[in-house]
Design a binder for this molecule. Structure first.
Ligand code: 5RP
Length: 231
C-alpha cells in the first residue's frame, strides 16, 4: 500500500476543517507533518488568521518552516481543533499514540480542544487495541525499573526505548524516558490499564487515548477519505 499517499489524503482533508480565526493544536509525526505543510499553504494562500499550538520540538520547527504562527496554552488555553496522527485506532475511537514519543504533550493539547481530529492511513485501523503496537509509557528515569516491574505484573513485555543516533535511551522533550509495553494478545480493558498507569508514581503519561477523539479521518492511497465522527 502507498501509505504516504493515504497519509496525505487524510492530512489534506483534516486541514479543510480549519477556519479563519481558529487556534489549532498541532500533533506530531509523519501524517501530521503533511497537515502542517497543507495548513501552511492555506494560511499563505487565503491570508488566514490561524495560530497553532505545537506538541513537540519537531512540530514547532516544522510549523515555523511552513509559516504557521505559533501560540502556547498560556496564550490560548481553549483550542478549536487539534489535529494529530495515531499508531492504532479501534472502532470505539480509542487510540494508541506515542510512536514519536510526544504523547504526553499531545494528550494535553488534545484535551484542550473542542474537536480532536485523528488522521491515519488504513494500516492503523485495528480490531483489538495493543495487539500490534506497544503502549508507550513516559517515566522519570529513576522510576524506570519499578515501572517495568509493574508493567510485567499486568501482562506486558516492557522495553526501554533506545535512541538510534545516540547511545542509550530516547530522552523525550521533557527529559524523561519511554518504556514500550507490548501486550502479546492485545489489551483486555484499556480504561482499567489507563487508570493503573496514571496512578503509578513515576509515570508522566501513557499512549492510550480513550474517549478523546471526536473525528477519525482514514485516508486511502487513491485520495479518498473516510470521515468517522463520534456520536
Ligand atoms: C507521536 C504520535 C504520532 O502521531 C504517531 O506515532 C503516528 O505517527 P505517524 O503519523 O508518523 O504514523 O503519536 O507521538
Amino acid at each position: 500500500m502507498d501509505r504516504d499517499s493515504a497519509k496525505q489524503a487524510a492530512a489534506e482533508a483534516a486541514v479543510q476543517l480549519v477556519s479563519d480565526g481558529m487556534c489549532v493544536g498541532l500533533g506530531s509525526g509523519s501524517t501530521t507533518a503533511y497537515a502542517l505543510e497543507f495548513l501552511g499553504r492555506r494560511i499563505q494562500a487565503e491570508a488566514l488568521n490561524v495560530r497553532g499550538v505545537p506538541t513537540s520540538f519537531a512540530t514547532e520547527r516544522r510549523a515555523r518552516a511552513h509559516g504557521i504562527p505559533l501560540a502556547s496554552l498560556d496564550d490560548d488555553p481553549a483550542l478549536d481543533l487539534a489535529l494529530d496522527g495515531a499508531d492504532e485506532v479501534d472502532s470505539d475511537f480509542r487510540l494508541i499514540k506515542g510512536g514519536g514519543g510526544a504523547h504526553a504533550r499531545e494528550k494535553v493539547v488534545a484535551h484542550q480542544a473542542d474537536r480532536f481530529v485523528v488522521l491515519v492511513d488504513p494500516t492503523k485501523e485495528v480490531h483489538r487495541l495493543g495487539a500490534g503496537f506497544p503502549v508507550p509509557v513516559e517515566v522519570l528515569p529513576m522510576a524506570a525499573t519499578p515501572v517495568m516491574n509493574t508493567l510485567e505484573a499486568v501482562g506486558a513485555t516492557p522495553t526501554l526505548r533506545t535512541a538510534e543516533a545516540k547511545d542509550g535511551p530516547v530522552v523525550t522533550d521533557q527529559g524523561l524516558w519511554i518504556i514500550d509495553a507490548q501486550f502479546p494478545d492485545g489489551i483486555d480493558a484499556p480504561a482499567e490499564l489507563s487508570r493503573r498507569l496514571c496512578n503509578r508514581p513515576g509515570v508522566l503519561d501513557h499512549g492510550l487515548f480513550l474517549e478523546m477523539a471526536t473525528d477519525i479521518l482514514v485516508g486511502h492511497p487513491d485520495g479518498s477519505v473516510d470521515h468517522h465522527s463520534a456520536s
